[in-house]
Design a protein around this ligand. Structure first.
Ligand SMILES: *Cc1c(COP(=O)(O)O)cnc(C)c1O
Length: 363
C-alpha cells in the first residue's frame, strides 16, 4: 500500500464523539466537533455528526468550504478569528464565527447584508491565556455594538484557554465567563444561546463531580475526540480510544551501524548540534539503524510514538532514523506509529501523506 499514509479508524472517532456527547449532554453541555486537525475531512466530519455533535468547527475558511462542497449542511463555526480580507467567504461558508474585533464584525455585517445572510457572532473574552479575546471590561460595549449591526446576530460569548499559555479552565475562570454572560443578557435584555467554555482542555473541569457548570452550555472539542487524550496532561481519557489514527512508513534501509558519528561535526540539516551523541546505551557500540521514508514534510517526528522496541534517533525533511532493539525489518517493511496532536495535524495536512479510512472493527 501507498506510504507514507495515515490510517483513520472512523468507528473509533465516532465512538469517542458519542461517549463525550453523552457524558456532557447529561450536564447540559452541547458538543461542537472540531475537524481542524484533519484539514476539514468530510469523512471525519460525518462521523462526528453521527456521534451526536450539534455543530462542526474549523479554523480555516478553505476547510469550511471543503466541508460545504462535500454536501455538509450542518451549522459550522469558524473558530479562528476571521481575516478581514476573507469576510465575504466567511459569511458565505460559515454560520457562526468567534470574534474579538468589532471592526472585523462590521465587515462581516456588511458582507452578510450584501449576501442576504444572517451571520452568528460569538464574542471571545480574554480570561488569562492571552490569545484571542476582548478584555472583560470591553465586552458590554462590543456586545451593544454587535446588537445594533444588521446582518449579524450575537449568538453568545466564549473563551479559549490552555492553547497559548496553558492556563487551566477551572471553577474561577469559568464562573467569570458565566457572570459575563449573565451581565450581557441583563444589559441587552436577550438570552445568549451559546456560552462556549472552551476546548478539550475543559473536560476535567466539566466532568468533575458534582457538576457545577454555571451558564456554560457549549464546548468545542477536537483533540479529545480524535485522540482520546486530555490536552492538559496528554493522559488517556477513560473510556476513549487513543489509537484512531496511525501513521505508516516504509523502511528504505536497515543496517548494523556504529552509534557514534565519525569525523568532526557541525550543525545538522535542522540546526541541531548532534556532536558525538551516542546511542541509547550511552556508549560506543553498533546497533541496527533503520531508515524510514518519513520526514518533517510528512509528520512532526517528535510527535510520533515509536513501535515497541524502537527508539527515534533523528529526522530530516525526508528521513526518519530509528534504532531497532531486536527486530530487523527489511527494506519494504512497514512500521506503524501512534501520533500526538502535532504529528496528526502535519500528517493529515501534508500533501505527501495519503489518508486512508477504515470503518472496520478493531483487529
Ligand atoms: C483548536 C480550537 C479548539 C479545539 O481545541 P481541542 O484542544 O482540539 O479540543 C476550540 N476552540 C478554538 C478557538 C480552537 O482554536
Amino acid at each position: 500500500m501507498t506510504c507514507p499514509r495515515v490510517e483513520v479508524r472512523l468507528d473509533r472517532v465516532g465512538r469517542n464523539a458519542r461517549t463525550l456527547v453523552d457524558r456532557l449532554g447529561s450536564i447540559g453541555i452541547a458538543v461542537c466537533g472540531v475537524t481542524k486537525a484533519t484539514g476539514g475531512s468530510p469523512k471525519v466530519a460525518r462521523e462526528l455528526l453521527a456521534g451526536g455533535v450539534t455543530a462542526l468547527a474549523e479554523s480555516r475558511v478553505e476547510n469550511v468550504e471543503r466541508l460545504r462542497r462535500a454536501g455538509i449542511a450542518t451549522e459550522i463555526v469558524l473558530v479562528r478569528s476571521p481575516m478581514p480580507s476573507q469576510a465575504e467567504r466567511v459569511v458565505a461558508a460559515a454560520d457562526i464565527s468567534l470574534n474579538s474585533e468589532v471592526d472585523v464584525i462590521e465587515l462581516l455585517s456588511s458582507s452578510a447584508v450584501r449576501a442576504g445572510r444572517l451571520h452568528g457572532v460569538v464574542l471571545m473574552i480574554e480570561l488569562g491565556d492571552l490569545r484571542e479575546g476582548l478584555m472583560p471590561g470591553d465586552v458590554l460595549d462590543a456586545a451593544r455594538r454587535v446588537a445594533s449591526m444588521p446582518g449579524v446576530v450575537l449568538r453568545g460569548v466564549g473563551v479559549n484557554l490552555a492553547c497559548q499559555s496553558g492556563v487551566i479552565p477551572d471553577a474561577s475562570n469559568m464562573a467569570e465567563l458565566s457572570a459575563i454572560a449573565v451581565c450581557v443578557e441583563a444589559d441587552l435584555g436577550v438570552e445568549l444561546e451559546l456560552v462556549s467554555g472552551g476546548n478539550s482542555a475543559n473536560l476535567a473541569w466539566a466532568l468533575k463531580e458534582p457538576a457545577d457548570t454555571g451558564r456554560i452550555n457549549h464546548l468545542r472539542l477536537g483533540e479529545s475526540i480524535l485522540l482520546g487524550r486530555d490536552p492538559l496532561t496528554r493522559a488517556p481519557i477513560a473510556g476513549l480510544a487513543t489509537d484512531a489514527f496511525t501513521v505508516v512508513g516504509e523502511v528504505i534501509e536497515s543496517k548494523i551501524k556504529p552509534t557514534r558519528p565519525r569525523g568532526s561535526t557541525g550543525q545538522n540539516a535542522f540546526g541541531d548540534a548532534v556532536g558525538d551523541a551516542v546511542g541509547s546505551e550511552g556508549r560506543d557500540r553498533s546497533c541496527r539503524r533503520v531508515i524510514v521514508a518519513l520526514g518533517r514534510q510528512d509528520v512532526d517526528p517528535d510527535g510520533l510514538e515509536m513501535p515497541e522496541g524502537y527508539r527515534i534517533v533523528g529526522a530530516s525533511s525526508d528521513h526518519l532514523v530509528v534504532e531497532a532493539g531486536c527486530d530487523a525489518p527489511v527494506p519494504g517493511a512497514e512500521l506503524r506509529f501512534g501520533v500526538n496532536y502535532s504529528a496528526l495535524l502535519r500528517a493529515m495536512t501534508s500533501a505527501s501523506v495519503l489518508t486512508c479510512f477504515t470503518d472496520e472493527a478493531p483487529a
